[in-house]
Design a protein around this ligand. Structure first.
Ligand code: PHE
Length: 469
């Protein structure tokens, strides 16, 4: 019973508004900044294939599960999990899953905001014509001048956090809904334009072969974990962002259809970004494994050499900032919703509090690129030999916390929640589609996540099954 709760935070004006907001959450730095550089670091094609498989068999079903739980519980993920656990006669400590998500959201946003700050800085670099005729060495030194200056990074990080807090404070309808409508289509247009440049001036063949030729000898167990973690990260899954957005979703919107739409759009943006970047990498003798600076050291070359490049460059970085902005708000929304529900705060107070906490954590990332660049706290473990605090934060959240969160969401949705309840909430009939979903979240997702975890710890080696060395 009681599927007809309402949210005290209001709701989206329509299904389309939800699609836009959730797409805004999903499409972000993950697609344009992170996907290309981690694909580059892990050898390309095989990594991309593992990522795509994870989107299809883990990402989409988990997204459906998260939206479903959110819409049924109609509260912050913490309270939603408690309510739904009680409804299913299970332990109310399922609310801890919500807490873990809140923690993950803070940690992710703390570094996300710093990188978004880079994009903000690049709006001005592109706009001032700094990239005109630039060489590969030139872009590298522009990038290094930015990240090695802690004061500048701090300033941009602060500006981005303030922007995020303002939108979150304004609340569901007026604040969160508007940005995406033009942003995602515009992003598509500019990525296609960049592909045009890459095709004309870059090594398009080499770039595409790098991205799509799957050579499994180039990926190891850790690379597989990172590809899976990225499937969660890029779709905003495993920490309650999509759950809290689902809690504002009107009745009678098809959860399956929306989840598939969002996932497909998100994947297309990532692939288009990769297809623009790698041809430029190879044509200019750059290193595909260059790390977090990859897009900031490749795309300016394209903007510096095409007609109208200053304009398109500015526009591109503006869009990247928007994409990051609409993701950032979803990263603290679970915490803000909880503070409003349980601490009686106004949205303004809750946003400021959450924003300040995140800002402070952000300092760890700011200093990882300069003052503490040589601080490698876990260098004793081979995989983390070169990992700064920023790298470790990213690894912990994207590759451990999100997949674990997703695992528990799957277990709850398919093993704890009553079948009739999920059947009712998904509202797609008891046909093959529902059964496929249930099979995937019941068996495939948990087993896949566990195998990938065990594989990394060396307890299971399925690399051989895939033909890896
Ligand atoms: N999906 C966002 C991106 O790709 C990041 C994100 C992760 C947002 C988790 C919310 C929750 O940039």
């Amino acid at each position: 019973m009681s599927a007809r709760r309402t949210s005290i935070h209001g709701s989206w004006s329509s299904r389309l508004a939800f699609v836009l907001a959730a797409t805004g959450s999903a499409v972000g730095l993950g697609n344009i900044w992170k996907f290309p550089y981690i694909a580059g670091e892990h050898g390309g094609g095989a990594f991309v294939l593992v990522y795509l498989v994870c989107i299809a068999i883990i990402g989409i079903p988990i997204m459906m599960a998260e939206v479903m739980l959110g819409r049924r519980g109609r509260q912050s993920p913490i309270n939603t999990m408690r309510t739904l656990a009680q409804e299913a006669g299970a332990d109310p400590r399922w609310s801890w899953l919500g807490w873990a998500g809140v923690a993950g959201g803070f940690l992710i946003l703390s570094y996300y905001s710093v990188i978004a700050g880079w994009a903000l800085a690049y709006v001005f670099r592109a706009g001032s014509g700094m990239f005109t005729g630039v060489t590969a060495d030139g872009v590298a030194s522009i990038f290094n001048a930015l990240v090695t200056d802690p004061e500048r990074l701090l300033a941009w990080h602060t500006i981005f956090m303030v922007m995020t807090m303002i939108v979150v404070a304004r609340g569901v309808r007026s604040g969160l809904e508007q940005a995406v409508r033009y942003m995602v289509p515009a992003l598509f247009v500019i990525l296609i334009l960049l592909n045009g440049y890459a095709l004309a001036e870059g090594s398009y063949d080499l770039g595409l072969r790098f991205l799509f030729d799957a050579d499994f000898s180039k990926i190891d167990a850790n690379g597989i974990l990172i590809a899976m973690g990225h499937a969660f990260f890029t779709l905003s899954l495993g920490m309650g962002a999509i759950m809290v957005y689902g809690s504002y979703l009107p009745e009678h919107a098809s959860i399956a259809r929306t989840s598939i739409t969002i996932s497909v759009l998100d994947t297309l943006v990532a692939l288009l970004a990769g297809m623009a970047i790698f041809p430029i990498v190879f044509a200019n003798g750059l290193e595909p494994g260059a790390g977090p600076g990859l897009i900031f050291q490749t795309l300016p070359i394209a903007f510096g050499h095409m007609t109208g490049g200053a304009l398109f460059g500015t526009l591109f970085f503006v869009l990247l900032v928007f994409a990051a902005w609409t993701s950032a708000i979803s990263l603290i929304e679970p915490a803000v919703a909880w503070l409003v529900e349980n601490r009686g705060m106004t949205r303004v107070h809750a946003s400021v509090l959450a924003g300040v906490v995140t800002w402070v954590f952000g300092l760890l990332t700011v200093f990882s690129f300069n003052l503490w660049a040589d601080f490698k706290p876990m260098a004793w473990l081979e995989v983390f030999r070169d990992a700064t605090l920023f790298d470790l934060l990213d690894y912990l959240t994207a590759n451990i916390m999100l997949p674990l969160g997703g695992l528990f969401i799957a277990l709850f949705a398919a093993w704890v929640m009553k079948r009739d309840d999920s059947l009712e909430e998904l509202d797609m009939g008891d046909g093959p589609a529902y059964r496929l979903w249930r099979f995937l979240v019941r068996y495939v997702t948990p087993v896949a996540v566990l195998i990938v975890f065990l594989n990394v710890t060396g307890l299971v080696d399925f690399g051989h099954l895939l033909g890896a060395g």
